[in-house]
Design a protein around this ligand. Structure first.
Ligand code: G6P
Ligand code: MG
Length: 217
């Protein structure tokens, strides 16, 4: 059977959370707001605008619209300085192997990311040719947990949502996949991703047998 396999980017294909962390931490600390890994976890899968809103609310701060825009631009500049140095070595373990396996089995493959930098990152790690379609933060109007990003991906793949499988590392992303009526596969920790249909620590734990089961289900 031809299924749709939709991959989130940040935290699934590459570990960019560490770069988002550095950039948000610098911004937050600059405003006198504490920012640790715990806060960073809550920004996974969350859009850039919503992330800054959350940070400001944690610090009880308000900004003018102009200041808000300026800080978002600065954060992204800082973030891109890390992204610029990325290459294939930053692909997470077994991700490329999984993509190649699915491609070999003639499955439809999409990227479904909240990031407006997704296409650039995909180029940097050189896997663009493995995706049939890329849907990112520039294509959607409603952020995860809204299912929009995954529904657009399914439509573009011409596969019905119930025949799509989503790989996600964020709670918002798992909720979005479930809301889209797709099979959700959490990549990360069971205590965080409890609502996923399946949970794996990373792609080294996902066997070809399991992928075959998904394809043949
Ligand atoms: C992903 C990341 C989030 C990030 C969002 C927007 O969902 O997990 O941490 O805020 O993308 O990314 P962007 O590259 O557009 O700032
Ligand atoms: Mg993610």
């Amino acid at each position: 059977k031809r299924k749709g396999f939709i991959f989130d980017l940040d935290g699934v294909i590459v570990d960019t959370a560490k770069y988002h962390f550095l950039a948000w931490k610098r911004l937050a600390n600059g405003l006198g707001i504490d920012f640790s890994e715990k806060e960073n976890e809550q920004l996974k899968g969350v859009s850039r605008v919503r992330s800054l809103e959350k940070i400001l609310s944690w610090g009880n701060k308000t900004l003018s619209e102009a200041e808000f825009e300026k800080l978002m631009a600065l954060k992204n500049e800082d973030y891109l300085s890390y992204i610029n140095k990325m290459d294939e070595n930053e692909l997470l373990p077994n991700v490329k192997k999984t993509l190649l396996y699915l491609k070999d089995k003639h499955q439809a493959i999409a990227l479904g990311s909240a990031s407006k930098n997704a296409r650039f990152i995909i180029e940097k790690v050189n896997v663009g040719q493995l995706f049939d379609t890329i849907v990112d933060g520039t294509d959607v109007s409603k952020a995860k947990p809204d299912p929009e990003v995954f529904l657009i991906a399914a439509k573009s793949l011409k596969i019905s949502p119930e025949n799509c499988i989503v790989f996600e590392d964020s709670v918002a992303g798992i909720d979005a996949a479930n809301a889209a009526n797709m099979i959700s596969i959490g990549i990360g920790e069971p205590d965080v991703l409890g609502r996923a249909h399946y949970i794996f620590k990373d792609f080294t734990q996902i066997s070809e047998e399991f992928l075959n089961e998904l394809i043949n289900a």
